[in-house]
Design a protein around this ligand. Structure first.
Ligand code: KG4
Ligand code: ZN
Length: 351
């Protein structure tokens, strides 16, 4: 019997198994990560090797450099993940991997490694959507969390409010009409000279600073669940240029705190309103920007006002990590066919 036919039978057997251990691989951007996750909720190991130091000198992620470093790191990190979980490859039931979205060369390292492992171990391969993986980080953090609930996705490539209908399917309620929120944080950080990685630097420098600059007077999508970050980003850039042309020194903390406030305030009430109007009492956060301290504080504060229970993953589960891929891999395994060995990386997957 061919590999794929065998895997279809194996996955049916796995669905009946009490304990399923998945080895998951994540290489979509500049983190090489391998995790071992039991039954989608219990993390046995989650090794994350960040390339931040390597890319800082370039002012951002250089795709080719990221791919080459994934190649160097992936095998030692697989070994480390197994060691930390006190397991060997024989104890693994399936291999999950981020298929997209992300940098194509970076994704290919993970996808090729996962295929090779799955084929050599004769175990099913499970393809995972990175953004849905970010949502699944909440299942690890909150052991009793079950759909349906609302999720605010705030990442480098996506900004969306979704209704999570089941463990691996959701409905879009609203989204950005242009730039993603993380992209705007990174761009503003670059313009004010903070460099890469922009989001965490803006978060840090804004702490305790009063946000006094109003970059935008109103929200273009005030009466809908959609947002726009292109206008806010351009307004900040224009402000910085006009200050520089007038020979004024830049008050970087003030600019950052004001940008952060407007970027976050635009989303908080929309997400909470979306919960109420869709009859959902829980709002979760997902994606890299979910680590933002002002966003977390505001959501928690306004959540009380709206009677919505706001939950977020711990910061380590908000960054790119393989545990979230292992979590979603498990839920995909329960409802979907295994992936074929001819799958390729998908640089962009629509939400
Ligand atoms: O979710 P992610 O890995 O991106 C995608 O999967 O698309 O998130 C990366 C983004 C970057 O734009 C980064 O600047 C931002 O998350 N970020 C933050 C913070 N930590 C990471 N933005 C604001 N505040 C933070 N603390
Ligand atoms: Zn991500």
């Amino acid at each position: 019997m061919l590999y794929y036919e065998r895997m279809k039978f194996k996955i049916e057997e796995l669905r009946k198994q009490k304990v399923v251990r998945i080895l998951a691989i994540e290489t979509s951007c500049d983190e090489t990560s391998v995790a071992i996750v039991e039954n989608g909720r219990n993390v046995l190991s989650n090794i994350i090797s960040s390339q931040i130091d390597i890319h800082t000198r370039f002012g951002g992620v250089v795709p080719e450099v990221a791919s080459r470093n994934h190649i160097l790191s992936i095998n030692p990190i697989i070994e480390q993940a197994l060691k930390q979980a006190n397991l060997t490859l024989k104890d693994i039931d399936a291999i999950a991997v981020t298929q997209g979205a992300g940098l194509v060369g970076a994704l290919l390292v993970g996808v090729s490694t996962a295929k090779a492992l799955a084929f050599s171990l004769d175990k099913p391969l499970i393809a995972v959507n990175h953004i849905k993986g970010h949502i699944a980080a909440n299942f690890i953090e909150h052991k009793n969390l079950e759909p349906p609930f609302c999720c605010l996705i705030v990442s480098g490539g996506h900004t969306a409010i979704v209704k999570v209908d089941s463990y691996n399917s959701f409905k879009l309620i609203g989204s950005t009409q242009d730039d993603a929120i993380g992209e705007a944080f990174d761009k503003v950080a670059r313009v004010v000279g903070l460099g890469y990685p922009g989001g965490p630097k803006i978060d840090k420098i804004s702490k305790g600073v009063n946000a006094n600059i109003e970059f935008l007077k109103h929200d273009t999508f005030e009466n809908s669940y959609d947002v726009s970050y292109s206008g806010l980003k351009t307004a900040v850039i224009n402000y910085v240029h006009s200050q520089q042309q007038a020979g004024n020194s830049l008050d970087v903390p003030q600019i950052c705190a004001s940008f952060q406030k407007q970027a976050v305030d635009m989303l908080v009430r929309k997400a909470l309103r979306a919960c109420k109007e869709n009859g959902l009492s829980v709002l979760t956060l997902a994606g890299g920007v979910a680590s933002n301290s002002y966003l977390r504080e505001e959501l928690q504060k306004c959540g009380k006002e709206f009677g919505v229970d706001v939950k977020f993953p711990s910061p380590i589960l908000c960054t790119d990590n393989a545990a979230m891929i292992g979590a979603l891999g498990y839920f995909n395994m329960l409802t979907e066919e295994p992936a074929e060995l001819n799958i390729s990386a998908k640089p962009s997957i629509p939400l």
